[in-house]
Write a protein that binds this ligand. Structure first.
Ligand code: HEC
Ligand code: HEC
Ligand code: HEC
Ligand code: HEC
Ligand code: HEC
Ligand code: HEC
Ligand code: HEC
Length: 269
């Protein structure tokens, strides 16, 4: 399926929702019908790139329902930024997320980029999608089961919620994995999700001392170390005559890979 078709699928779902809500939407005049109304109820200035919509609340808001995805998609489905989103591993979920305003905060003024990643929202979206699929498919049942199971499970550390444990972190973050796969794909067993929890850093982590000799159990050498470059350059630079690639500790310290033991800072030329 093409990227744009995926987005149109979202539009269709959103449109069905809007149709169901029609009987409840009695008031259709909106901003234009009541001049000055907007100034009274707007909770704050829009973000810089949406400022041009300051007198057109209905561009994003559906009367009585608040901001709805169909409105956002009307402008964002066609090319540009949206294509970029679908091309990038971590934001590909935009193809079928169905709701926008839980991560896209507004009315915080010009200085504020209207983006706030809320991982919990991904779990909610999965639950919603699964419980809305009639008849309940094997897939949907599996998602609901996993979420129900996870809600009772004990997380491996206190910085992540049981529900967030159901997310496949690696499916979105594999490109950012600095461990080159050596720590496995269960990122959540060590990491938390939010900026408030310190991003990717792990407060309780203490790096093993430079006296350790099992560096290779957590680190993988770059490809150049498995080529001629290793004996021609790396070993010469380090001044080591006999070494196996796995003996990182012979040449490396723990502060930086470019600070070579007994040699100092090595710069590429
Ligand atoms: C009338 C068209 C229109 C509507 C409706 C609209 N946007 Fe936008 N949006 C834009 C334009 C134009 C930009 C600027 C694009 C650019 O600079 O490439 C933008 C920018 C953005 C940005 C990037 C902002 C930044 O500072 O980097 C986000 C995120 C965004 N929109 C999300 C949304 C969401 C979520 C909704 C619905 C609540 C929405 N938009 C509704 C037209 C619209
Ligand atoms: C689970 C959270 C989440 C939801 C839900 C979500 N987004 Fe996003 N969105 C993000 C994040 C995070 C980024 C920033 C990605 C980046 O900077 O690489 C983003 C970026 C964007 C951008 C590009 C902004 C730019 O800088 O050019 C647009 C447009 C956008 N989202 C529209 C939408 C629309 C439309 C919806 C609803 C259909 C939606 N988003 C739902 C998290 C979300
Ligand atoms: C670019 C899209 C956009 C435009 C244009 C916009 N809003 Fe919003 N508005 C949002 C989003 C998204 C939220 C919910 C997320 C949040 O609270 O940050 C929101 C929240 C609100 C809320 C809080 C209650 C609720 O429904 O969630 C009010 C009140 C509101 N807007 C009024 C207005 C008024 C009045 C205007 C016109 C002057 C306006 N908005 C224009 C996107 C928009
Ligand atoms: C569906 C995609 C998706 C999944 C699944 C996902 N994330 Fe994210 N995550 C994002 C996006 C998008 C961002 C915003 C930054 C970016 O564009 O990479 C983000 C940001 C982060 C950040 C950086 C926070 C910050 O502000 O510094 C951390 C840490 C993180 N995620 C951890 C996790 C962990 C742990 C899991 C599994 C429990 C997970 N993520 C699952 C998409 C995802
Ligand atoms: C067995 C535990 C473990 C697992 C599993 C794990 N990590 Fe890490 N990760 C760590 C530790 C420890 C650090 C160092 C944290 C610090 O210095 O505070 C780290 C650091 C990071 C950093 C920050 C690197 C930097 O230089 O700032 C990122 C990004 C990261 N991990 C992503 C991932 C991703 C993505 C996954 C899953 C594919 C993953 N990790 C799996 C333990 C783990
Ligand atoms: C128990 C696992 C583990 C062992 C053993 C280990 N490290 Fe690390 N090391 C990490 C993690 C996790 C990080 C941070 C994330 C990343 O870069 O993978 C890290 C980061 C580093 C960094 C990057 C520092 C920076 O910020 O650029 C260097 C250099 C390093 N280690 C060298 C070593 C050396 C040399 C040894 C052996 C003496 C060693 N490590 C043993 C887990 C380990
Ligand atoms: C015989 C000494 C020696 C051993 C053993 C060795 N390295 Fe290196 N390594 C070097 C030198 C010298 C450099 C910098 C010059 C170069 O690229 O060869 C380097 C560079 C690196 C870099 C930086 C590459 C870059 O592009 O910035 C990383 C990462 C690295 N080594 C990791 C490792 C790991 C992990 C191990 C063990 C599994 C290891 N090395 C074993 C000598 C060694």
């Amino acid at each position: 399926m093409k990227k744009s078709e995926l987005l149109y699928a979202v539009v269709t779902v959103a449109a069905l929702g809007a149709a169901a809500a029609l009987p409840f939407i009695s008031h259709r005049g909106g901003t234009q019908a009541a001049p000055g109304w907007a100034d009274f109820v707007s909770p704050g200035h829009l973000s810089a790139k949406h400022e041009f919509l300051a007198s057109n609340c209905e561009a994003c808001h559906t009367p009585h329902r608040g901001p709805t995805a169909d409105k956002c998609i009307a402008c964002h489905a066609s090319g540009g930024a949206t294509d970029g989103l679908l091309a990038k591993q971590s934001t590909r979920f935009h193809a079928d997320i169905g709701d926008c305003s839980e991560c896209h905060v507004e009315h915080l003024g010009h200085a504020h980029r209207p983006v706030l990643m809320v991982h919990e929202q991904l779990v909610r979206a999965a639950t919603r999608a699964a419980s809305n699929t009639p008849p309940v498919t094997a897939d949907a049942t599996a998602i609901l089961d996993a979420i129900a199971r996870a809600s009772r499970a004990t997380p491996p550390h206190g910085r992540i919620s049981p529900r967030e444990m159901t997310l496949d972190c690696n499916s979105c973050h594999a490109n950012q994995d600095p461990h080159r796969g050596l720590m496995g794909t269960g990122c959540a067993s060590c990491h938390a999700t939010g900026a408030s929890a310190g991003g990717w850093s792990i407060p309780e982590f203490r790096h093993p001392s430079s006296l350790s000799t099992d560096c290779a159990s957590c680190h993988q050498a770059p490809p150049s170390h498995y080529m001629e470059h290793f004996s021609m350059v790396s070993m010469k630079v380090a001044g080591i005559e006999h070494a196996n690639v796995s003996q990182c500790f012979l040449c490396h310290k723990t502060n930086s890979w470019n600070d070579i033991k007994g040699v100092g800072w090595y710069k590429h030329h």
